[in-house]
Design a protein around this ligand. Structure first.
Ligand SMILES: C[S@@+](CC[C@H](N)C(=O)[O-])C[C@H]1O[C@@H](n2cnc3c(N)ncnc32)[C@H](O)[C@@H]1O
Length: 205
């Protein structure tokens, strides 16, 4: 008979990936100031997916203090770049300072503004990977832009898809032609919140 490990959440807290001093400091700051960063499990997942996909051009929607973009930028191959979009001027400035501290200033471009407007001004199917982490009501309107800006075979990763505001996005991407999609209900220590959904979608054509 198969027996499950008891107290699974506590058990899986023992497998949170290690982080350097800067990422730990950003986690402490996020906890203090209620900045909803992805935390070390999704951060490591972003790094792994970035590395195995060889993504050279990455677009992030929702920079905050730069925590997730640091994981993405560290996964870049030589010559790669992360473009990250942020509405808050204060957050954008803080993120730039953190990219400089991480030695990543040359690899990450922060664009200030409403992500939907900034994406509307972009034209090419240019990105290998897009990470979606803005206000959840913007997920559905962002989807058409993501589809247009992601190259065929590119990967869309959406955080927080267990939020009610993400439901229209979940329904649409699940039923739309041209995506291979998986929704994961996950236990994510240090993520905000710790139980949440992730959506991974391959632009199939
Ligand atoms: C969940 S936080 C991003 C966390 C970040 N990805 C991380 O894990 O380190 C969302 C950020 O997106 C910004 N934001 C929310 N809605 C936005 C929008 N429509 N356009 C641009 N930025 C937005 C917020 O100001 C906030 O800093």
């Amino acid at each position: 008979m198969s027996v499950m490990i008891p107290d699974l959440e506590n058990y899986f807290r023992g497998f949170v990936p290690p982080r350097d001093a800067l990422l730990l400091e950003l986690e402490e700051e996020a906890a203090r100031e209620s900045i909803p960063i992805v935390g070390p499990v999704v951060g490591e997942l972003l790094y792994i997916l970035g590395r195995i996909s060889g993504a050279k051009n990455i677009l992030e929607l929702g920079t905050a203090s730069g925590y997730s973009a640091i994981y993405l930028a560290r996964a870049l191959p030589p010559g790669g770049k992360v473009v990250t979009l942020e509405l808050s001027e204060d957050m954008a400035q803080r993120a730039k300072a953190n990219f400089a501290r991480a030695g990543l200033a040359d690899l990450v471009e922060v664009r200030l503004g409403q992500a939907l407007d900034l994406m509307a001004a972009m034209t090419e199917s240019f990105f290998d990977l897009i990470f979606l982490d803005i206000d959840k009501e913007s997920y559905l309107p962002a989807l058409a832009h993501c589809r247009r800006l992601l190259r065929a075979g590119g990967l869309l990763i959406a955080d927080n898809v267990a939020f009610a505001g993400a439901d229209p996005f979940n329904q649409e991407i699940f039923s739309q032609e041209g995506w291979r999609v998986v929704h994961l209900l996950s236990f994510l220590p240090h993520h905000s919140p710790e139980q949440d959904g992730l959506c991974l979608a391959l632009r199939a054509d």
